[in-house]
Design a protein around this ligand. Structure first.
Ligand SMILES: [Fe+2]
Length: 291
């Protein structure tokens, strides 16, 4: 089936071997490193546990900002996903409303079942550019979308226990890209590490004159632009659902993460497994009962 027909039916499509991940990976890794070393404020943290100077980052926001020294935008332009998006959606032009680098190291990640848009089909797309092999993201394709109501749990305000026959598991390799309707029900799920670029795109009706510059050619929103100063970013980032104002290095938050660490070791069996892992190949998150 061609990409367009597949997208029409499922509202998502995984395009294999779309680009060579070598250069984009290199530039992305520079950002990840600088975000840690220079303590970039706009990072998203997943269950922080107490390890000195360690933050359990799962995403780096506003990666185009000049704070970072990297050719990330040039390499992103090089892979040229715009034509593919236009081909499968028949959109005239595209507008970029979100970009983040989603990256975790040695632990597992699992989000709840959710939609990024309140209805489906929507006018918004999530694009995932895979820089590492990654298996796990679960998506309920559009043709099963109408059968989902019986899985809604009112008291927990969400979808619960969706049988595996309803969803597909994305098995992506570095160099693949996934294009999905933001309104599809999905669950982030990764065992082990992951590095990918997450982009949100909407249709733009006006014509764009390309000048071989990512911010221009992909109509990047103001808050994502490279030359935005930090004080403006502080204001604009308040619109994000994530609260970037938490200081993870504060005394209170260190105490909180110490408690979280204790909870991670519960039940005690997992704790012994962790002790037996002499080389500490996996950090304690792997042994939590949450995973
Ligand atoms: Fe999501």
């Amino acid at each position: 089936m061609n990409n367009m027909l597949e997208f029409k039916k499922q509202r998502y499509v995984l395009i294999k071997n779309f680009f060579d991940p070598k250069n984009l990976s290199k530039e992305t890794n520079k950002i990840i490193l600088q975000a840690k070393e220079k303590k970039w404020k706009f990072v998203k943290i997943y269950y922080n546990a107490y390890i000195s100077k360690f933050l359990n980052i799962f995403a780096i926001s506003y990666p185009l900002n000049n704070f970072f020294e990297s050719n990330f935008d040039k390499e992103l332009l090089n892979i040229n996903y715009k034509n593919k998006v236009k081909e499968i959606t028949s959109w005239k032009e595209i507008r970029t409303t979100g970009i983040e680098i989603q990256h975790n190291i040695k632990y597992n990640y699992q989000s709840t079942w959710h939609r990024d848009w309140s209805y489906c089909p929507s006018e918004c797309l999530n694009i995932i550019i895979y820089l590492k092999d990654e298996i796990g993201l679960r998506i309920v394709p559009y043709d099963k979308n109408n059968e989902l109501d019986k899985f809604i749990s009112i008291e927990k305000k969400g979808y619960m226990n969706i049988p595996s026959s309803f969803y597909n598991i994305i098995d992506a390799k570095a160099g693949d890209i996934l294009i999905m309707d933001s309104g599809l029900l999905h669950q982030g799920f990764a065992k082990g590490n992951r590095t990918h670029i997450f982009i949100r795109t909407e249709e733009k009706k006006e014509k764009v004159v390309p000048i071989n510059n990512f911010e221009n050619d992909y109509s990047v929103e103001e808050y994502l632009k490279s030359n935005l100063d930090i004080s403006k970013l502080n204001t604009l980032s308040k619109k994000d659902s994530y609260n970037f104002e938490i200081n993870y290095y504060s005394f209170n938050n260190k105490i909180k993460s110490l408690l979280l660490t204790f909870l991670y070791y519960f039940p005690i069996l997992k704790f012994f497994k962790y002790l037996k892992d002499f080389k500490k190949k996996k950090i304690h998150f792997h042994y939590t009962f949450f995973q």
